[in-house]
Design a protein around this ligand. Structure first.
Ligand code: FAD
Ligand code: MLT
Ligand code: ZN
Length: 503
């Protein structure tokens, strides 16, 4: 059915008005490799410690370059000869202008924790790594507005605002390595989105080096600025395809006075939605997260030491688990509400849960790490209706079984976890190795399912290199046509993160 739909989409494309069709799209242009002349120029603007290159007079060892060329899941690998680590916006601007004039591709790189292959080159683009741009520029404890270099690590910013009783509006398992510029560029969701909303709301301003080297200074600290097109929104989630983010102005919320977590063990997935309804009703304003992990995800997290294991008696055959977090203004009040909720849940005539226990985030946050320790992960990060989470995980497992791929030497586990409050399922397939027959069984199968549910092929991780071919499953040809036009306006030479987001 999907093939038919894609064919229809292609016909629609041909009938689009000429303004939305493309004679030439930036990503199809030929790019040049870095050479001796380029290294000589980079050496004029950067100190030797900021250039890691196999072409320089003191050539970098292959394994030194390897860490910048390999992505976090070990699935995507680039062949860059040169990594540049500028310290200032001016340096970024000079590098980008030079590359644009010489038609050399650039791969912007933050903490390299992205899960869709966006942060490593597709070929031999120069890697511009932002790690040395790591200064806080200003913080106003009254408004809570933080202005920071894009290369600041999320955890460091969290620590910076903590003594002022503020928190970052975003939190994720990769916080110790990911950078705020990477978070903005992927429009990362994470564990606090339910409470604080997306970065499209909390980012107030950006400083961006455009593909021709021009510095776009929109680093405003205004809460309200209604002056026409909001250009900064285009860079939030652009995955480095429209420019390099060098500075971020972001609204940090006041730290909650009290916060508690409980993990609830559910006898069946069918109870997740009624539980969500009950929890929302009873906890109302203090509910700050409602996260889900299925039994396979729980078992893997425990197996790889990511959280406290419960006894089988305690779990009582639970089919899945939900983590509920509260964040509020008064501990006694919040605890009373949470305890009341637990009591009501456990004493109901038909209890929705088997048990509830006080927990840390370790178990939920640790699933990603546990999956990567177990094997090679095919990660699908999809938005679909909540009511279909379980069916989609189970039918994917059955689909793989029907293809004869569900055994130790191929697919070891199929699991689901994610952000129930955001309608975001992480469907992970853990395999012994990345094999073409598994890939062919998973795609387009999963994308067809997502399309049939009118979902999104990327809820929060982005498109990167992994899903460029999958965009039409959740975006119309008109939308994709406009995206290509925007790309061409910003980056006519196609130097900025080629092969990412758009084919
Ligand atoms: P990178 O991985 O370096 O880059 C990601 C993309 O952004 C690339 O396309 C890159 O070119 C571009 N980019 C990076 N910096 C810049 C810049 N300054 N200017 C322009 N482009 C840039 N993601 C979520 O959404 N929610 C989660 O809960 C979550 N949890 C995670 C947990 C773990 C354990 C791991 C490993 C990853 C998780 N991720 C999650 C994915 C990842 O951490 C996020 O996408 C994060 O925002 C990436 O930040 P980074 O600095 O590592 O960027
Ligand atoms: C999460 O929610 O844990 C992250 O998005 C990472 C992942 O999908 O594994
Ligand atoms: Zn997530």
């Amino acid at each position: 059915m999907l093939r038919a739909r894609v064919a229809t989409a292609c016909r629609v494309h041909r009938s689009l008005p000429p303004s939305l069709r493309h004679a030439r799209h930036a990503s199809s242009l030929k790019l040049n490799s870095v050479g001796a002349e380029d290294i000589a120029y980079f050496s004029k603007i950067l100190p030797p410690t900021s250039i890691i290159s196999s072409l320089s007079s003191t050539p970098a060892a292959a394994d030194e370059l390897d860490q910048f060329n390999s992505d976090w899941i070990g699935r995507f690998k680039g062949h860059s000869t040169t990594v540049l680590k500028p310290k200032t916006t001016q340096e970024v601007s000079q590098i980008v202008k030079w590359c644009n004039d010489r038609k050399i591709g650039i791969c912007p790189q933050g903490g390299n924790t992205g899960l869709v292959g966006g942060s490593v080159p597709v070929k031999d683009e120069v890697i511009v790594n932002l790690a040395n741009m790591n200064k806080v520029r200003s913080f106003d404890p009254i408004s809570g507005i933080l202005v920071a270099d894009a290369g600041c690590i999320l955890q460091n910013l969290t620590d910076y605002v903590a003594p002022h009783h503020h928190i970052m509006p975003i939190d994720l398992g990769a916080k110790g390595s990911c950078q705020i510029g990477g978070n903005v560029s992927t429009n990362a969701g994470g564990l606090r989105l339910l409470r604080y909303g997306s970065l499209h709301g909390t980012v107030l301003g950006l400083e961006v080096v455009l593909p021709d080297g021009t510095v776009l200074d929109q680093l405003t600290t205004l809460r309200k600025d209604n002056t026409g097109y909001d250009i900064k929104q285009l860079f939030i989630g652009a995955e480095g395809t429209l420019g390099i983010v060098t500075g971020v102005s972001i609204l940090t919320p006041p730290a909650p006075q009290a916060s508690s977590n409980v993990i609830l063990a559910l006898p069946t997935f069918k109870n997740v939605l009624p539980l969500y309804q009950t929890v929302k009703r009873e906890l109302s304003e203090i509910l700050s997260a409602f996260e889900f992990i299925d039994r396979t995800a729980y078992d893997l997290a425990v197996k790889h030491g990511q959280g406290r294991a419960l006894t089988e008696e305690e779990i009582d055959g639970a089919e899945c688990f939900v983590l509920v977090e509260t964040s509020g203004g008064r501990r006694e009040h919040d605890e009373e509400k949470l305890n009341g909720l637990l009591e009501n849940l456990l004493t109901a005539d038909e209890p929705l849960i088997n048990t509830g226990f006080v927990s840390l985030w370790a178990l939920r946050e640790g699933v990603t790490e546990a999956v990567s320790k177990e094997g090679k992960a095919y990660k699908y990060d999809i938005s679909i209706p909540l009511s279909t989470f379980e069916d989609v995980v189970n039918s994917t497992r059955e689909h793989l079984r029907s293809k004869g791929l569900l055994h130790e030497k191929a697919v070891k586990a199929v699991l689901g976890y994610g952000h129930v409050g955001d309608g975001n399922l992480h469907l992970n397939i853990v395999a012994d190795a990345f094999l073409p027959e598994i890939q062919d069984a998973l795609e387009p199968y999963i994308y067809e399912v997502v399309q049939s549910l009118r979902g999104s092929v990327s809820a929060e991780h982005g498109i990167g290199a992994m899903k460029t071919h999958a965009l039409p499953y959740s975006k119309s040809q008109v939308s994709i046509g406009l995206m290509k036009k925007i790309k061409d306006v910003f980056d006519p030479n196609g130097i900025m993160n080629p092969g990412k987001v758009l084919e």
